[in-house]
Unconditional design. Sequence first.
Length: 202
Amino acid sequence: MNTQALINTAQALVADNKGILAMDESNPTCNKRFAKLGIPQTGEAHRAYREMIVTTAGLGECISGAILYDETIRQTTSAGIPFVQAVRDAGIIPGIKTAKAVADATVKCFLRGVPAAVPGIMFLSGGQSAELASSRLNAMNVGFKSRAPWALSFSYGRALQQPAMEAWAGQDANVKAAQQALLQRARCNLAARRGEYSAAME
């Protein structure tokens, strides 16, 4: 994307007092929300839910852009219209979460400014979902582990503890399940440190 196109897109996203719809929940996050409401945790249920969103009449009057999940950007409505086209037809600019680009830009910035003598850089989760925090850490290690002079690691609070807190829910009977949830997140981030994390681990 050239500079002028980027400027034009940014201006369009903030025009007319509109905002962005972040419908980029990962499948594990979407499944947790569905489970609480008794909705089947299936690919078709994901598709139907997202179709309901992107075909909402008048949404473009309030929404300027929509951040889509990788699965969503490849799906179509029941009428066979790609979701990306349905979003555009509503006057909304489609986009996609780019863990894959954030990681690259972050580490390139560090390579230019962080001394090689620094042993490691510990990333905060900063409000990211547990899955996204693992995914971005993994992307950095996949792309740069072999040439970064320092370790790329994590210092996560919510991204490690939130799934455990949700499983525990203040009940002694749930302690074991909560501990398993915490251990699972720790293992996912260990894998991300190695550049070996994948969504299948969820």
